[in-house]
Design a protein around this ligand. Sequence first.
Ligand SMILES: Nc1ncnc2c1ncn2[C@@H]1O[C@H](COP(=O)(O)OP(=O)(O)OP(=O)(O)O)[C@@H](O)[C@H]1O
Ligand SMILES: [Mg+2]
Length: 258
Amino acid sequence: MTATAVEAQRLQIGYRNAGQSTIVLSDVDLTVPQGEFLTILGPSGCGKSTLLRVVANLLDPLGGQITVLGDAPDVARRARKTGFVFQDATLLPWRTVAQNIRLPAVVGGRQARSLPDTRIVEVMTLLGLSGLADRFPSQLSGGQRQRVAIARALIDEPEVLLMDEPFGALDEITRDRLNDELLGIWRETGMTILFVTHSIEEAVYLGQRIIVMAANPGRILNIHDLRPIKTGENSCQRDNPAIVSEIAAQRRLLAEAS
Ligand SMILES: Nc1ncnc2c1ncn2[C@@H]1O[C@H](COP(=O)(O)OP(=O)(O)OP(=O)(O)O)[C@@H](O)[C@H]1O
Ligand SMILES: [Mg+2]
């Protein structure tokens, strides 16, 4: 077992359109140990989603090196070791909750696999979705839809979970509750999570480390270790003075980055 979930060296990331490359992020150096909860903050357009896309192998880098669990990102993706939760729960409206959760097993890999119903039940229970298996997405609340999207990403027990503003559209109370549920799942599974958010409070509450990115040009401005102000298992109280002053410090840093 490798000890590193994501390792990037002098990574160049951007898009090729009509033969022209546009660089979004230059010289990204990043080491994410296995099991870490890493949160990512940064102004709109700085390249947060683009960075996750490279780790997920939805986009090839333009240069530099990147490994995911010691292999190239496509190897990790094909071995179903990476899971992705997008900002807007991209559920198929004509499929039920259970069918949506089962989806990666049906279409995600090279071949369809049968997945025991017990695994679906297990994941639904973990996400508090019991009893909703036969509902359609239109019959769910926004928070429930996000839970289904997370359940779908967890179905293959990924070792690295990439989450792109998964709770951005939710009210604060629901978001707080899902944050705690996600921390519980993270503690239980030991997986690595890379979590993009625009909420400074959420980034500080969830992360063991926090990355602040800057725009123009897109880059990593600062990586800050939050573990010294948290107790074991990455726990903290939202109103703890050290947490509150950390949020203020990150807000100042982010204002400089924007
Ligand atoms: N397919 C694409 N082709 C060309 N440029 C793109 C493409 N997708 C995104 N970009 C550009 O890459 C840059 C980074 O975009 P990205 O979506 O990663 O930003 P972000 O940090 O996730 O922003 P937000 O917080 O608004 O989601 C932006 O300038 C964007 O316009
Ligand atoms: Mg984005």
